[in-house]
Every structure is written in C-alpha cells, then in structure tokens.
Write a protein that binds this ligand. Structure first.
Ligand code: SF4
Length: 75
C-alpha cells in the first residue's frame, strides 16, 4: 500500500458509502477535508502534497470505518 509515497501524486480518497460523518479526520486534517452541516465530508484538495502527507495519514488512521485511503496516482 502506498502510504509511504514520497514522490508522484498522492490522492486522498473517500468512500462516501462508508463515511458516517464522525469528523475525526477533519480534526486531524482540517486543510484537507471539511465536514458540512449535513455530515457530508468534502475533499478540499485534489492531491496531498509531501508536506501534507503526515496529516493525511493521521486522518486515514483516525477514521473508525476506514472510509479514507491514500493512493499513489503518479509516476
Ligand atoms: S472520520 Fe471517517 S467516517 Fe468520520 S467524517 Fe472522516 S471519513 Fe467520514
């Protein structure tokens, strides 16, 4: 799994059918995700920069229903 990706493009994916709107991810990565008033999570960025990777990994680990995952999308 590409959690350690250092180069290329890393994308934070949300499985909307799993997300229960707990918001733990937002607490850890407010610059990457935002929970709206109806409990729907929105991605704020198209990809995760190297500087944001640690934050993104914390968000992924914080989700109790494993609705988030990091994926390498670049070469
Ligand atoms: S922690 Fe998981 S379930 Fe909660 S809002 Fe984030 S992605 Fe959705």
């Amino acid at each position: 799994m590409p959690e350690q990706t250092q180069s290329g493009t890393t994308v934070l994916h949300l499985n909307e059918s799993r997300c229960e709107g707990y918001g733990f991810c937002e607490e850890r990565a407010a610059e990457l995700v935002r929970l709206d008033d109806e409990g729907n999570l929105h991605m704020l960025v198209d990809h995760v920069t190297p500087e944001q990777l640690d934050m993104a990994q914390k968000a992924v680990r914080s989700c109790p229903v494993a609705a988030l995952r990091l994926e390498s999308a670049g070469a």
